[in-house]
Write a protein that binds this ligand. Structure first.
Ligand SMILES: *Cc1c(COP(=O)(O)O)cnc(C)c1O
Length: 348
């Protein structure tokens, strides 16, 4: 940030040459480090939530059928945004082990299929073999990868519209999102040609060809993304580390009494852990953690009281992870009652 101030980034005109060069370089770095195919188009928005709206307003033909298949609160919220913005019929589908099989059939009737590969609210993920099976070939796919882009390798070339805000796995301050579009997603946006909004996708695409944005973007955010992309290793290296750390975390919890992952083993996210315990234990845990300079994430939505969350994001250091484990071990092993968590796997 100090370098940004020194370089005059904070007062940069966003249509100036230096800013266009910054945007171009940042896109090029994201391509390299995140291994994004050369024929895919990158763009910037301000949040994942904005991307939900961009897709609903700019990527759906009139009366297009959309299939939202979700396994938690973020995916469900996205579906409700689409419903509000589009006056036509939608099909929503809550994902359970049983409904996985229905998706290919339903996707055949939809034009766009919306998935959340890592569901931040409950720590579940669509494992790659499942995700690849779900990704439609006829319909376009839209994927909210906010809590996994930059943390694990994603099959970008198999999907059409990918997006993520930067404050999760990319470890940056909030206020910026990255969108990644396949050639057929770009073609669809131009075919629909929706231009009624400040953030209509066609306006965004026209601008990004010149390394610009329709409105003044978060230039500092783009600069910081550039810096982070210079520093981080290739996604394959990060992916290996994330999976290794996730494996360690989950095996750690096998030996912790009274606190178990909410998700079943084959639907667990590698980037967000959601742990279940009793509401009393969790509220006391957070209090004690604060006293030890540690913050665990709150539970979300219907899991607010009986879960807490741990981010397995690349920016965390091994020392920070160890400090968390030492604390948790001490807390749960010395406050042990008999908490049985075995009903959950039937649901998630
Ligand atoms: C955090 C998160 C969001 C919301 O991100 P904003 O930047 O607040 O819009 C959306 N989807 C998922 C999966 C998330 O984890």
């Amino acid at each position: 940030m100090q370098e940004a101030i020194a370089e005059g980034i904070l007062s940069m005109n966003h249509r100036s040459e230096p800013c266009m060069r910054l945007v171009a370089r940042t896109i090029q770095l994201c391509r390299q480090k995140l291994d994004i195919p050369a024929d895919y188009t990158l763009f910037f928005a301000s949040s994942a939530t904005e991307c939900w709206e961009i897709i609903a307003q700019s990527c759906l033909r009139r009366q297009a059928k959309v299939l939202h298949a979700y396994q938690g609160a973020f995916g469900e919220k996205w579906a409700s945004y689409t419903q509000k913005l589009s006056q036509y019929a939608h099909k929503d589908l809550e994902l359970t082990a049983q409904t996985f099989e229905k998706i290919p059939d339903l996707a055949g009737k939809a034009e766009v299929v919306c998935l959340t590969p890592s569901e931040t609210s409950n720590g579940t993920a669509l494992a790659y073999p499942i995700l690849e099976k779900l990704l439609p070939t006829h319909a376009l796919s839209a994927l909210d990868v906010t809590s996994c882009l930059g943390g694990v390798r994603l099959p970008i070339s198999k999907g059409d519209i990918w997006f993520a805000s930067v404050q999760k796995c990319l470890g940056l301050p909030a206020g910026l999102a990255i969108g990644i579009l396949s050639p057929r997603a770009v073609a669809l946006a131009y075919e629909i040609g929706e231009r009624s909004h400040y953030n209509s996708l066609t306006n965004i695409l026209d601008n990004i060809q010149k390394f610009q944005t329709p409105y003044t973007p978060n230039v500092l955010g783009i600069y910081l993304l550039n810096k982070v992309m210079q520093q981080v290793p290739h996604i394959d290296t990060i992916d290996a580390q994330t999976h290794e750390r996730a494996k360690d975390w989950y095996s750690f919890f096998e030996n912790i009494p009274d606190c178990k992952p909410l998700a079943c083993p084959d639907t667990r996210s590698s980037t967000v852990l959601c742990l279940e315990s009793t509401p009393e234990k969790i509220s006391a845990l957070k209090q004690r953690a604060l006293e030890n300079n540690l913050i665990f994430g709150n539970g979300y939505d219907k899991w607010k009281e009986n879960t807490y969350r741990i981010a397995n994001f690349p920016a965390l250091t091994s020392e920070e992870i160890t400090a968390g484990k030492v604390f948790l071990e001490d807390y749960f092993c010395n406050n042990h009652t008999d908490f049985a968590s075995n009903s959950v796997c039937k649901k998630i």
